[in-house]
Design a protein around this ligand. Structure first.
Ligand code: HEC
Length: 173
């Protein structure tokens, strides 16, 4: 009997730990999304790449589609950190083109001259860059045409701008 109880007890503990683990990981996913999304908004990726990452014409010129980008983690990190010389894609890390420093593309501001990418309005720390890379990979890259669900995930369920994308619209709206 005692052995039975002990086994039962262990099983109960195990399932509690399992449940905690599950909710923990759901929580972790949500946390990544909100941290990454906050960076995506704050650093104004939205201004050029649009909320859905589809890019197109904006005040920064033609921003490439992050939904269709073939870049991997290292590639995304590099472009966000260093910008892209010769284009309007800004660099987001302080000092990467500073004096005698060759942190990006093995080059310097002096060598790049007119091809220097613009400097971002907000500089990002390594962990912000990692968060926004993960956000792009999880919620934007490879996700096809943006739809109602993407809109609501970004702007919230009450967002008026998502209404026109809703799959079924009540007639009286
Ligand atoms: C001022 C406008 C502007 C802002 C702000 C901006 N981008 Fe860009 N981005 C561009 C343009 C323009 C390009 C295209 C560069 C080119 O033609 O190669 C680009 C390219 C990229 C690329 C390369 C895509 C590829 O497939 O080569 C990535 C990744 C990217 N941007 C991510 C971001 C993220 C993330 C942010 C916010 C932290 C951001 N960008 C902010 C304008 C902008």
């Amino acid at each position: 009997m005692q052995l039975f109880l002990a086994t039962l007890f262990r099983a109960a503990i195990a399932s509690v730990i399992f449940a905690l683990g599950l909710s923990g990981s759901a929580f972790a996913v949500e946390k990544v999304r909100s941290a990454g999304k906050a960076v995506y908004k704050k650093a104004n990726c939205v201004g050029c790449h649009k909320w859905h990452g589809g890019g197109g014409g904006g005040y920064g010129g033609m921003a490439l589609s992050l939904r269709e980008t073939p870049l991997d983690t290292a590639g995304l990190t590099m472009v966000i950190r260093c910008g892209r010389p010769g284009t309007r894609m800004p660099y987001h890390q302080r000092g990467v083109y500073g004096d005698d420093e060759r942190h990006c593309y093995d080059t310097s501001a002096e060598e790049l001259e007119g091809a220097m990418p613009p400097r971002a309005h907000y500089f990002l720390k390594d962990r912000d860059i990692a968060a926004v890379v993960e956000y792009v990979q999880t919620w934007i890259q490879g996700r096809g045409t943006p739809g109602y669900d993407d809109c609501v995930a970004f702007w919230g369920a009450d967002a008026r701008r998502c209404k026109s994308m809703a799959p079924t619209r009540p007639d009286n709206e």
